[in-house]
Ligand binder design. Structure first.
Ligand code: NAD
Ligand code: UD1
Length: 335
């Protein structure tokens, strides 16, 4: 009885592997290491004192994937593997469609062949586009503003079609809001390639001296301080949401969708100040124009996940900042 984690060497994947191992699950991880390092999993093993089975496999290699299912008794799959850079997806859309869509279709076909029909998928709040009101519930209309977001939207539809065609498929779509922070050990964390696109890794790289200053994108949004508001969620809370989803899968939910957020929004300036307070590090910043494609405010109504899975986020913004800094300051150049 093993859980297969695709993309398990990545940022959210390795935090989830740690929580799963601690909870006693046996794990098989496949990752092509295109955006991660195997060191993350070695550290997870060291932190937990437990081992997992790792295959450096690409989801596009269906035969290799099938051999993993043949070798193990897999009961459920948590599917993180995918490319996630919005900018890159605009520049090379075919790569994103091939990797994210074909990878997912291959995975589902192989699961079907081996009669494994329990799946948790990493979707994103990006599927809500510019929400008409706040907070966002799971039944809000969806839209995509870039190829990355469109892959999430299409994969959600593919998985729902699969469930409608065969009700034996139990599928949970988790829509993450803005995952940040790191495990409290400071041993695993977010390690983006090149200059970070996302706010928190940019802040921590300014704090550690790798980048000179933060550009705050936009100060004329219709928000209390004019900067954009997001629902930041601690990656360990997010990881635990996957354990709640596995428990829900075991009850055969059919198909279900949950927001994973805190329900609380913070502006860019509030995040900077929270980081400075939590860490004592000063973050030099300057105002810059809005980033194309950004929306003013996004935050979740996360009550469905609590009502139906008993999960809710526990950690606040100061823990998110403290743990992100603990990781970055102990690993200034990542893994
Ligand atoms: P990540 O890049 O750190 O992890 C993804 C992992 O998938 C990487 O280790 C990468 O090497 C692997 N991978 C990519 N394509 C693969 C393929 N074809 N075969 C095998 N492995 C492959 O990203 P993350 O932040 O941990 O995100 C995990 C998932 O959550 C992704 O699907 C992402 O789109 C989604 N998500 C992330 C965020 C976020 O802000 N981090 C928000 C919403 C949704
Ligand atoms: C971004 C992606 C989203 C993806 C998510 C997780 C875009 C438009 N959206 O979300 O599709 O699911 O990451 O990977 O890229 N900010 C600054 N300065 C910076 C970086 C960010 O001011 O250097 C601001 C942004 O304008 C935004 C907030 O910080 O208001 C959060 O940005 P970010 O961390 O990139 O997340 P999202 O834009 O919410």
């Amino acid at each position: 009885m093993e859980i297969l984690v695709t993309g398990g060497a990545g940022y959210i994947g390795c935090h989830t592997c740690l929580e799963l191992l601690q909870a006693g699950y046996d794990l098989v991880v496949v990752d092509n290491l295109s955006n991660s390092k195997q060191a993350s999993l070695a550290r997870v093993e060291r932190l937990t004192g437990k081992s997992l089975t790792f295959y450096p496999i690409d989801l596009l290699d269906k035969a290799a994937l099938s051999s993993v299912f043949a070798r193990h008794t897999i009961t459920a799959v948590i599917h993180f593997a995918g490319l996630k850079s919005v900018n890159e997806s605009v520049a090379v859309p075919l790569l994103y469609y091939q990797n994210n869509l074909t990878g997912t279709i291959n995975l589902c076909q192989v699961m079907q062949q081996h009669n494994v029909k329990n799946l948790v998928f990493s979707s994103s709040a990006t599927v809500y586009g510019e929400p008409a009101s706040l907070p966002i519930t799971e039944d809000f209309p969806r839209s995509a503003v870039n190829p990355y977001g469109r892959t999430k939207l299409i994969i959600e539809d593919i998985l729902m079609d699969l469930h409608h065609a065969d009700a034996a498929w139990n599928i949970i779509l988790l829509r993450y809001f803005n995952p940040v922070g790191a495990h409290t050990s400071g041993q695993i964390g977010e390690d983006p390639n090149g200059i970070p696109n996302n706010l928190m890794p940019f802040i921590t790289q300014v704090a550690v001296g790798r980048l000179p200053e933060l550009a705050v994108f936009g100060n004329d949004y219709h928000t209390p301080d004019g900067t954009a508001v997001r629902d930041y969620i601690h990656v360990v809370d997010l990881a635990q949401g996957h354990l709640a989803a596995l428990a829900k899968l075991a009850q055969q939910p059919g198909a279900a969708i949950y927001n994973l957020g805190t329900g609380r929004g913070y502006s860019v300036l509030e995040v900077i100040h929270a980081f400075e307070q939590a860490t004592g590090q000063k973050i030099p910043y300057r105002q810059a124009p809005r980033r194309p494609g950004d929306v003013a405010s996004v935050y979740a109504d996360a009550s469905k996940a609590f009502q139906e899975m008993g999960w809710r986020a526990q950690k606040g913004i100061s823990e998110m900042c403290r743990d992100a800094w603990n990781w970055q300051s102990h690993n200034p150049n990542g893994y």
